[in-house]
Design a protein around this ligand. Structure first.
Ligand SMILES: [Zn+2]
Length: 272
């Protein structure tokens, strides 16, 4: 599943190809995504210049003067640049956004959990985006913020930091890795963690996500090649997917439990 770093890498990969370009038209082959693709999407975007390409959480926003196209990659979506002439349409290539100068942004999504929606005016006011918490890279995201929000909360800290109303983009892999780095047991109640430890947690969340984005940068060329696979990262994972393997710090076997229906990996000795 594309997480925040993959989405940011996608945004950076396509940005130089779409920014300032004018949309010639939109071809929708399959409108039944997570939500139906608006019937008038072509009408809304045709002739419009793409003035900005932003990311908010795991949404990519294509700003035009009258509003924005909102794209979410869902479980299996990808966006890639192609040159219209030399690229046959493959299965699951649901949508093409044709741009001037013979390039096209192609949306591919086998499982169809992604979406392409139109937001009139300010896209940040769209219901899908309005409730989102701060970006982890925002100045407002800090230990103090987490600590204040966690007061009285009995939910496990891992479930807590994965809630996009608290902070966006802390997906399962990154939550596991950040909690390991911070030495915090993922099962600990959010309300039973002190300010200082939350300071460490906020810092390592930013670190883990930043490293994944930096690593994704090296795969940018893949966005224009024939495979069209959006570079998923072979980031070195300390705990995720390592059940029974030795902890990189102490050698104890990594444990795996279910927490909020998500696989949760941790070192029982290093995390408390
Ligand atoms: Zn350990």
């Amino acid at each position: 599943m594309p997480e925040l770093p993959e989405v940011e890498t996608t945004r950076r990969g396509i940005e130089p190809h779409v920014l300032g370009r004018t949309v010639l038209g939109v071809i929708v082959r399959q409108p039944r995504l997570r939500w139906p693709v608006p019937e008038d999407l072509d009408e809304k975007l045709k002739g419009k210049q793409i003035q900005g390409l932003r990311r908010r959480g795991k949404y990519i926003l294509f700003d035009v003067d009258s509003g924005a196209l909102i794209v979410h990659l869902g479980m299996s979506g990808s966006l890639r640049m192609i040159t219209v002439a030399d690229e046959p349409v493959k299965k699951h290539d649901h949508i093409d956004i044709l741009l001037k100068q013979g390039v096209c942004l192609r949306y591919h999504d086998p499982r169809r959990f992604g979406c392409l929606l139109w937001a009139e005016g300010d896209p940040l006011a769209h219901p899908l985006l309005a409730e989102l918490g701060p970006e982890p890279f925002d100045l407002g995201f800090s230990g103090g913020y987490l600590y204040a929000a966690g007061q009285g909360r009995m939910a496990a800290v891992k479930t807590f930091i994965m809630d996009s109303r608290l902070v966006v983009g802390v997906g399962n892999i990154y939550a596991n890795e950040a909690l390991f780095r911070a030495g915090i047991d993922p099962r600990r109640a959010a309300g039973r963690i002190g300010l200082e430890r939350y300071g460490v947690l906020a810092k390592v969340i930013v670190e883990v996500l930043g490293e994944a984005i930096a690593q994704g940068g090296t795969t940018l060329r893949d966005f224009v090649n024939a495979s069209g696979k959006p570079g998923y990262f072979q980031q070195t994972l300390a705990v995720y997917g390592r059940e029974g393997e030795p902890c990189l710090l102490c050698g104890s076997p990594i444990r795996c439990v279910r927490l909020g229906q998500r696989s949760t990996f941790f070192c029982p000795r290093c995390q408390h």
